[in-house]
Design a protein around this ligand. Structure first.
Ligand code: FAD
Length: 384
């Protein structure tokens, strides 16, 4: 077991850190304040391979492992949490299309998704099917030309400004087995977008509802076979959960770095804040929890790479733990800035706002506990 990064991983991390420093961090506050979706910067990220990190090389992606991708996303998240989180969703979409689309659909969609010329959205959640995603009611009814899609999705990241939608819709009976997945051009007639949701954080990417009103798609738009859509959606989310957990770790590391610098500059009661033991102990605890979170995320990524039978459980554990730790580290780092932490001149309040949603999406942390507990009970107490 080797816990050190290898030379390739260090090189990838360095490239990502430089991109984060040069292209993300200097703009992140403005994107947040003005709710700008930085499409041009995403395109540049595509040129560096950041939009297809684990997409197979046979389809034109970098073909990296999930562990490598996590190491890279962590560095990017240090520059801008929200934009990196969008990149992770785009990576999930690109991987799903590359892995499960027909040859002709993959040849059509993948090159532009990989370059960032087209951006992708993942469309699972519905007004009455959030945590219980298998209860989704969007339908895809077979007809002579393929399928007619009808229904509504909510909370879709990037929607209205992305080009490609991966949509989970019902082709069969109730439950997960009746769900299929489709790759659909975002401007297909019959697709309409709701208002841009005003949000607490994640402001550099739009979130909108989508309605599908007799949207005609062809057989070629189906991913895999009918009835496989929910399995594909969940496979996508295993990696998605590692990625979101990673965004929390990267943001928390950035917050802690800044808090560490701040307490050494700031004096009260005639001495540096860093000389108070209460502050030192807080820093020590935050750093320890952050290292533990990173370790669990990388372990889960490695389980996914090795197709371990418990990979899904580890991904759920990593997502639950790292997003909770990430939120606590950002919250407590803000606290170390005192009143300045609450003021927009400093980035601490943005870090805090941006990581909060990681405890909610890609399966809430309560649903992560359900996944973990179910497996524990199946195993009858055996060590995972
Ligand atoms: C900014 C943002 C971006 C998003 N992006 C996307 C996207 O790109 N694509 C997409 O498909 N979705 C997206 N989502 C949706 C997100 O995945 C859902 O919001 C999430 O899965 C929760 O669903 P819900 O909001 O319907 O909450 P609900 O399912 O209604 O849950 C409400 C509360 O009840 C709890 N709860 C529910 N069931 C149980 C249970 N059995 N036991 C214990 N507690 C339970 C939940 O944990 C939660 O605390 C996004 C959401 C947000 C906020």
């Amino acid at each position: 077991m080797d816990f050190e990064l290898n030379a390739d991983q260090k090189a990838f991390a360095d490239t990502a850190a430089q991109f984060a420093r040069d292209s993300l961090a200097p703009n992140a506050a403005q994107w947040d304040e003005q709710q700008q979706f930085p499409k041009q910067v995403l395109r540049e990220a595509g040129e560096l391979g950041f939009l297809s990190l684990y997409t197979p090389e046979s389809r034109g992606g970098l073909g990296l492992s999930r562990l490598d991708a996590s190491i890279i996303f962590e560095q990017l998240a240090m520059g801008c949490t929200s934009t990196t989180a969008f990149m992770t969703i785009h990576n999930m979409v690109t991987w799903m299309v590359a892995s499960f689309a027909t040859e002709s659909a993959a040849a059509h969609f993948c090159p532009k998704l990989i370059s960032g010329e087209w951006l992708g959205s993942y469309c699972l959640t519905e007004p009455n099917a959030g945590s219980d995603a298998a209860a989704l009611t969007t339908t895809a009814t077979k007809n002579d030309m393929g399928y007619l899609v009808n229904g509504n999705k909510v909370f879709i990241s990037g929607a209205g400004e992305t080009d490609v939608l991966v949509v989970m819709a019902r082709t069969g009976g109730e439950g997960a087995k009746g769900v299929s997945a489709f790759v659909i051009p975002a401007d297909t007639p019959g697709i309409r977008y709701g208002r841009k949701e005003p949000k607490m954080g994640w402001n550099s990417q739009p979130t909108r509802s989508i309605s599908f009103d007799n949207v005609q798609v062809s057989h070629d738009n189906l991913l895999g076979e009918e009835g496989q859509g929910f399995v594909f959606a969940m496979k996508g989310l295993d990696g998605g959960r590692i990625n979101i957990a990673t965004c929390s770790v990267g943001t928390a590391q950035q917050a802690l770095n800044e808090a560490l610098a701040y307490v050494q500059q700031r004096s009260q009661f005639g001495q540096s804040l860093s000389t108070f033991q209460a502050i030192q102990f807080k820093l020590a605890d935050l750093a320890t929890e952050l290292v533990a979170a990173r370790g669990l995320v990388r372990m889960a990524a490695s389980k996914l790479d090795n197709q371990d039978r418990d990979a899904t459980t580890y991904c759920a554990m990593a997502k639950r733990f790292a997003t909770d730790v990430g939120f606590r580290v950002c919250d407590q780092s803000l606290q170390l800035f005192g009143g300045y932490g609450y003021i927009k001149e400093y980035p601490m309040e943005r870090y805090f706002r941006d990581v909060r949603v990681h405890q909610i999406l890609e399966g809430t942390n309560e649903i992560m506990r359900l996944i973990i507990a179910r497996r524990l009970l199946e195993e009858g107490g055996k060590q995972l």
